[in-house]
Design a protein around this ligand. Structure first.
Ligand code: G4F
Length: 339
């Protein structure tokens, strides 16, 4: 069913409805909570397999399962997405689902490209074909800047991705821009710098560190083995960043925005801060192993979110220290059960 201006007006006096792809992930779960608390009706797309392995797959959204509606569909299947869009009308769609691990994108470049590029094209095409009035958010990434040509990076900074993941995100970003220009759709992209929380997957360096610190502090482990300690990232809190996504879709015109804190730290700095939360010295426990190095590294990412601050009125609330402490405390509680 097409959703024209008339239908959109009708929906405006009803509850606002949002669709989230990737609702079971870190960002999807915070976004769902944020939209629920703003009075939205929240829908999510999950793969059929996820409904069968529900305990682990739904761990980040278990507490809100009775307040959201889940639809079985796959990013690899246009027809399944088309069916969801045909049966339900949405004001806003947040396309977050992706293969989001950079190292995994080197070990399985084909799946990364399929999911991240084709999946984005399918979501955009299904919305264009069924309800082109729906506003769309695409999750771009600072990984698109890659081998950075200026510091800090802004919306105008040229992309030079250094991984299959980064390349797939550039393609998704260009798709979103093209749907905006070619079909007049309200598609906005956030160029989000790294954002963390206790809900971060264990494959990312921050969670690997805070989990490792908790295990060492509790006597469950004696070392933490990492790759490049000199890489620098602009780390924010995921709960702050989902707020920026929603603000983008409330603007009259679609646009692209850098979302970042404007402060960078090295992986070593993160280790130092995390170990100091449990009064330990990171240099006594952190080892390096070349197997955690990447074929091509992004050495430094630091964002300039002036445009988001001035246009959206967005700014991060959590500091670097807040993030590290919250993650370490969460992981201490989690690992205490195994002591
Ligand atoms: O935590 P990371 O794996 O995140 P990365 O590669 O920056 O990507 C994350 O942020 C992007 C935004 O820029 C997202 F788009 C993407 O989806 C993801 O969320 O690695 C951060 C840094 C890298 O330089 C890496 O080489 O940490 C370094 N590192 C050092 N030791 C390690 C390790 N990374 C991992 N994953 N594991 C290590 O043992």
């Amino acid at each position: 069913m097409k959703c024209g201006t008339g239908e959109r007006k009708k929906m405006e006096i009803e509850l606002k409805r949002a669709l989230i792809t990737g609702i079971t992930g870190q960002d999807g779960s915070y976004l769902a909570e944020h939209l629920l608390s703003s009075g939205y009706q929240v829908h999510g797309i999950v793969r059929r397999v996820a409904t069968r392995e529900s305990d682990d797959r739904f761990k980040r959204i278990n507490h809100i399962l009775d307040r959201i509606t889940l639809h079985s569909a796959s990013l690899e299947n246009y027809a399944s997405l088309y069916q969801v869009m045909t049966n339900h009308e949405f004001h806003e769609c947040y396309h977050l689902a992706a293969q989001s691990s950079v190292p995994d994108s080197f070990s399985d470049e084909f799946t990364t490209m399929e999911t991240n590029i084709k999946g984005t094209q399918y979501v955009l095409a299904a919305l264009r074909d069924v309800q082109p009035e729906c506003r769309v958010y695409f999750a771009g990434s600072s990984e698109m800047f890659g081998q950075v040509e200026e510091v800090p990076q802004r919306e105008q900074t040229r992309f030079h991705p250094r991984s299959p993941y980064g390349i797939s995100k550039v393609a998704g970003f260009q798709l979103a821009r093209n749907f905006r220009e070619a079909y007049g759709m309200h598609c906005s992209s956030g160029i989000l710098f790294n954002h963390e929380s206790p809900r971060r997957g264990a494959e990312f360096v921050t969670r690997k560190i805070t989990s490792g610190v908790a295990r060492i502090a509790l006597g469950l482990s004696s070392e933490l083995v990492l790759g490049n300690l000199d890489a620098r990232r602009d780390w924010g809190h995921a709960a702050d960043y989902v707020g920026a996504m929603t603000l983008m879709l409330q603007q009259d015109d679609p646009d692209d925005y850098v979302i970042a804190t404007g402060e960078d730290h090295s992986v070593r700095d993160f280790c130092e801060a995390a170990f100091s939360c449990v009064d330990l010295d990171h240099s006594d426990y952190v080892q390096t192993d070349p197997r955690f190095l990447r074929p091509a590294e992004v050495n430094t990412l630091l964002g300039d979110a002036t445009k988001a601050r001035e246009t959206l009125g967005w700014q991060p609330k959590h500091t670097f220290q807040d993030i590290v402490r919250e993650m370490v405390e969460h992981d201490l509680d989690m690992w205490r059960k195994y002591q």
